[in-house]
Every structure is written in structure tokens, then in C-alpha cells.
Design a protein around this ligand. Sequence first.
Ligand code: FRU
Length: 490
Amino acid sequence: MEPLRPAYHFTPPAAWMNDPNGMVYYNGEYHLFYQYHPNDTVWGPMHWGHAISTDLVNWQHLPIALAPDELGVIFSGSAVIDWQNTADLGPEAMVALYTYHNAHAAQSQALAYSLDNGRSFTKYTRNPIIPSPPNMRDFRDPKAIWYGDGSGNGHWVMVLAAGNAVLFYTSLNLIDWQPSGSFGFGHGAATGVWETPDLFELPVAGSTETRWVLTVGVGDHAPAGGSGMQYFIGHFDGQTFTNENPKALVLWADYGADFYAAQSWSDVGLRGSPNGRRLWLAWMNNWQYANQIPTTTWRGAMSLPRELRLVQTEDGIRLAQTAVPELMQLRQTEQSWQHIKVMPGQPFVPEIESETVEIIVEIETPPEANGLGIRLRMGNGTATAVGYAPQSHTLFVDRSRAGQSGFSERFARNHTATFEPASGVLKLHIFVDRASVEVFANDGRISFTEQIFPDEANVGLELFAEGTAVTVHNLQIYQLGPARFFSPPG
Ligand code: FRU
């Protein structure tokens, strides 16, 4: 038995996994490649593992897509469909761009392509396509996008991470790339090396405007400690990015400890146009303890897939994310309550017998309350608390007593984000799996993604209020069934 194996989050069948890679939608299939070390449950020589899904919920595992060769091991990267055959590799080639990391720790960019729906890849004969620049140690994780319209007018753009900056390149054929700009150098958080960038355009909700979003992984000192995802909002002219916010403003995509190296799917909807949904997911882990988490035959899980939006807030335009609606197919039983009054010292305790639940709750946040929210995966003196502290204006996910934590002294912590719920009503949408909790507050304005390692017997749940009574307008709890994960054919 594998009691910590998630029921509906993606995990490799065995061995080590980190970043999502090569995310592309083609022919009705969402491809998910990932950093994979097939021979051990700790990080090592990197391959690209591979899985596909038609619905973002149930996954089919496929054989390893890319393995190390004499140029190096295979680090993170992206994939696109070459609809116009600009690279002359064949009709509708799936083109993967990735980083080689060689024995001297030098990094270069390379290409591989598939003409059979991603089932097999051929490495380009003249790799690397962008050699390692002198004196640049960190030069990796190429994300390629098509900049232009759907009728073939435009060019390819690559963004990759280099130190505390990203570099932009452009190309007409995905093979020959010219530098076109850079961004970073004092913008945002530079508390760790930048990694795994992404770049996309989104409409701003409630307006006719769009903005470009540049996301980057920051290797250390993110809000919950260790690695985390920051983002910038601004403009992209096909060559380079400009930040519309002050240099010093730092925006985080998630306030939990376990949301890193997020990547969005290319080519969703109308050949990747802004009309398609912008969907992403992240490695649900943190470099602080990723190699020590207490799973057995595998290590590493992906977050739930989420849909991204830009929303106008009092502070400016911000990213919001919600779990994809496809997940509703996992709902089994539903229980719901209206107008509950929760008193201090008298929690409201619904009867729940499942490790895996989805919770939707709307709760008042009176200023006199010291704290309010939900405790979940409770039992034997352990619990994970999710809630709001009106006096400090903070949302929190407290996993300091969530279960196993002895593998790292930095795991058992309370994580917070400053937030003022509109009209004093906190809306939480929570997904609990066997070893994680994901929290989306007020339509995904703030999210927390956290691993927890509770005992499988601890399935208690309660709503609590401290300092004063609070009114719960609405509570819905769904028990969630498992997603299906199919082994490779043959
Ligand atoms: C991010 C990262 C990437 C790199 C990969 C190696 O987690 O460090 O920058 O390509 O992991 O596995």
C-alpha cells in the first residue's frame, strides 16, 4: 500500500519527478512531460517522462520521451506545434525545446521533434541550437511561444532564465534564434536564481484590454520559504517585455510552500490564441525538502491544473487562478448547509469519512474575530487549519501540526498572505487529497498549495471561530473519487 499516493493528483508511476515540461495540447490530448529520474527516488540525471490526458483529470502514462545523451542530461523546457512547418521538420511537428546540462555544468538549448502525436521524439542533428554562452552558469528552461496571428504572420519567441533575469530570442523557424531583449536586473524578487519562465497574454476581466504576464520560478526565499512562483504584468512587443509596475513590486502566484516551476499549456483552444483557456500546473513541491518527503516508491506530484485570469483589483491588475471545472467529474456525494452559526469553543462538525474532499464555503469575517476557518485531516491531535485572521488581515494555511514533518525542520509552518475579502465575506474553495491541500480564496485571487502528510485515519473536519461567533452563509462538501491513471501500453 502507498497511503500517501494522491488519489487525483498526477504522480509518476515510480521514481523521482520534478518540473512539468513540454506542455502542449494537440489532437485532443493534453501532453504533460516532466523532469524525471527513472532510477531513483531522488533527483539525478534528468529525462523527460511523459503522460497524456483528454480531460486534465485522468492520465495515461507513456514511455520516457527524452533521455540523456553525449551532449548532457535533459533539463526543463517547452513544446509547441509547428502548424506552418516553419522548421521544415514535417507537417504539424510537435517541437520540444529543452536545456542540455553537461558534465561541466554548462547549459545549452536544444530541439527534438515528434511526427506521431508525441509518441516518439527525434533529436535534431545539429543540436545544440543555442550554445552555452561563456561565463553564464544559469542559462536554461526555454519556453517557446508563437507571436502573431493564426494565419502564419508572426514569429517564434523564446524566453529563458539566466541568473536573476530572463533573456528573449526570436526565430522564424524554431532552429535559428537571435537575441531580442532581456528583463529582470532588479525587478521583483531576486532572492534566488530565476528558473522556468513562461509568457502569455490574457484579457483583463471586465475590459477590452489585455496584458502580458511573465512568470518565473524563484529558487529561494519565496513567501512560504524556499522556492516559489513570482509574476510580472506588462507589455510584450514581440521582442522584449516591459513591466508596468514599479521595479520593487513583487507579485506571487501562490502563497503556499508547494507550487514551483509552473508552466502553461501551449496551443489550447484556437491554436493557442488568447481565446483559448490559459491553463497551467506546477510541481507541487519545494526544493527545501523535495528530496526528503516521506513518500515511498515515488517522489513528487503535480498541482491541480488551473485556469488563469487577470482581474482588476484596488491595487491594480492581478493574476487569479481556479481549479479547472473538469475536476467536477470526481465529485461523488454532496452535503450542504446554509446559515450556520459557529461559536467560539463550539466548532461545527460535519460527518466526513473521506481523505479526499472538495469544500466550498462562504463565511463572514467580523473584525472582532481572532480567527476563523476550517480544520481538516484532523485526528490524534493533528490537523491542517485553513482560515482568516481579521485583525492581522491574513489568510493562513497552518500545517505546523499536519502530520509527518520530521524529514525537514522547515516543513511544519504556518503560511500567510495579506488579504482583505470584498464585503467582509471570505469564499474558500479547497481541494484535499491524501497528501495535499489547495486553497483558492475569493475566486482564486489568492491561492495556497501545500503538501501535508497526515495519517490516513485522520479524516476529521470542523469549522471554527475564535473570539466571537461567525456566520457561515453556505457550506458544500463533496467526497471526491479517484482519478484514473493508466500504465503505458504493452
Ligand atoms: C527547476 C529546475 C530547472 C531545471 C530543472 C532540473 O526546478 O531547477 O531550472 O531545468 O529543475 O531538473
